[in-house]
Design a protein around this ligand. Structure first.
Ligand code: FAD
Ligand code: PYC
Length: 416
């Protein structure tokens, strides 16, 4: 007997008799793969895509405990830039930014990359000196960076309160014109669709619960859908890196914190670039739909809480109203948190491990969205060749014993 409920009719009407379920939703698990990537976030999916596209490795599975794009890739504030201080970071983030510039064409999927410019504003002389130093370092690395006066900033963002007698006077700032934003969930969908088309299996609702090793090499993963064998495993589980690494007996120098963001009701266009203030702990941009996207500093306690502490949001809202008085009557629509993995030097780990065949890509903290294409590209190289690409060599686990840390707290631009 037919059941003519409205939802059923709509479903039948929309779908007809055709099965629209994408292949990756129906993926059948094989008993073994050449490469398994754990985590279908941006970095995991990008890795799978470049493995298949550039290295011809297609016997690959991406295992995801939840749904595709439900982690940080779908929770971030979508800011893309490459204005980091140290050479190693500047090189990898700039490489990534270049990949962003043609990503929609590469994936044949509109990731809505919008190079609307990114402003870092300074509220003290010391901050201005630090930003000026970064502009110098960026230029030496061929990265576009400009120092702006208060007047130049005011012209670019007239709704920003630049009067000298405010709580947070704007003393100047920097501009990266090629910085901007992208549509974060489209990045996950675009990489997933492109990887799927090249033969990669993307398996949702498949949580990795254990890592099997024999004679110092990885042999298989235990999952909620049974054991799966693999010669090479890449752990790309932002927010959960320490949990997964501990399954293989590896201790990582990482702490996990909530990072919160929120979005307002849509407004008519009021300003163009992304504005970041590290001192005030707020960053804001306006989406193409008109919403303001606001982000905060991390919640101080180590936690996997996906709600976040409301005091942080109160602080963000107070700060943004000081900087942009015009926003004081705008209503907030949604607020959320993601779990970010922070290394002591605020730089990522893209590395082999003491276990042969087991690799890690984690510790991107508050700043990994912008790195998605570059991180996937270098990690695919690392998995395919079983050794790092020169771009990710400085980000190995060894640096925590050698002392060659890459301290990017200043350029993280998000309070830690
Ligand atoms: P994720 O999308 O989190 O992917 C990891 C996946 O692993 C998840 O889907 C998770 O479910 C899965 N997983 C975990 N454990 C298991 C398991 N046992 N088995 C199987 N799967 C598992 N960065 C920027 O550059 N710019 C920004 O503006 C920015 N803003 C941010 C704002 C917020 C609020 C947050 C939370 C983060 C922000 N970031 C930003 C950081 C950025 O989002 C992350 O660094 C980046 O997305 C992490 O990589 P990913 O996309 O692969 O992570
Ligand atoms: O790394 O640029 C960044 C960033 C902005 C907001 C959160 N992270």
């Amino acid at each position: 007997m037919q059941f003519y409920s409205l939802p059923n009719l709509i479903r039948r009407g929309l779908r007809g008799h055709r099965d629209w379920t994408p292949a990756w939703r129906k993926a059948q698990l094989r008993p073994s793969y050449d490469v398994i990537i754990v985590g279908a976030g941006g970095h995991g999916l990008a890795t799978a895509y470049y493995l298949a596209k550039l290295h011809g490795v297609t016997n690959v599975a991406v295992l995801e405990r939840g749904w595709l794009g439900g982690g940080n890739i779908g929770r971030n504030t979508a800011i893309v830039r490459s204005n980091y201080l140290w050479d190693a970071s500047a090189h990898i983030y700039e490489f990534s930014l270049k990949l962003w510039e043609s990503l929609s064409q590469e994936l044949n999927y509109n990731v809505m990359f919008s190079q609307r410019g990114l402003l870092n504003i300074a509220h003290s002389e010391q901050e201005l000196h630090d930003l000026a130093r970064r502009v110098g370092a960026n230029r030496l690395n061929g990265i576009d960076a400009e120092l702006l006066s208060t007047e130049e900033i005011s012209k670019r963002v007239p709704v920003l309160n630049t009067s000298p007698d405010t709580r947070y006077p704007v003393l100047g700032g920097t501009l990266q014109r090629r910085g901007g934003v992208a549509r974060h969930d489209a990045v996950a969908w675009g990489y997933a669709r492109a990887a799927d088309a090249l033969g990669v299996d993307i398996v949702e609702n498949c949580e990795v619960t254990g890592i099997r090793t024999a004679n110092g090499r990885v042999t298989a993963l235990e999952t909620t859908r049974g054991e799966i064998r693999a010669g090479t495993v890449g752990l790309v589980v932002a927010g959960n890196a320490t949990v997964l690494a501990s399954m293989a007996g590896i201790r990582l120098p990482i702490l996990s914190h909530p990072l919160q963001a929120l979005v307002t009701e849509p407004l008519k266009p009021v300003f163009d670039p992304v504005v970041m203030s590290a001192a005030v702990h707020v960053y804001v941009h306006q989406t193409d739909r008109g919403e303001l996207v606001l982000g905060a500093g991390i919640d101080a306690p180590v936690s996997y809480d996906l709600n976040g502490n409301f005091r942080i949001i109160e602080h963000v809202l107070a700060a943004v109203c000081e900087l942009f008085p015009i926003f004081s009557r705008v209503r907030m629509l949604r607020q959320w948190a993601g779990t970010v993995d922070v290394c002591p030097d605020a730089s990522p780990i893209i590395s082999g491990t003491p276990i042969k065949g087991l690799f890690m890509n984690c510790g991107w903290g508050t700043g990994g969205f912008k790195a998605t294409p570059g991180s996937g590209w270098v990690f695919a190289h690392t998995l395919a060749h079983q050794e790092p690409h020169p771009l990710n060599e400085p980000f190995s686990l060894d640096r925590f014993t050698s002392g060659a840390l890459i301290d990017e707290h200043g350029a993280a631009a998000v309070a830690h």
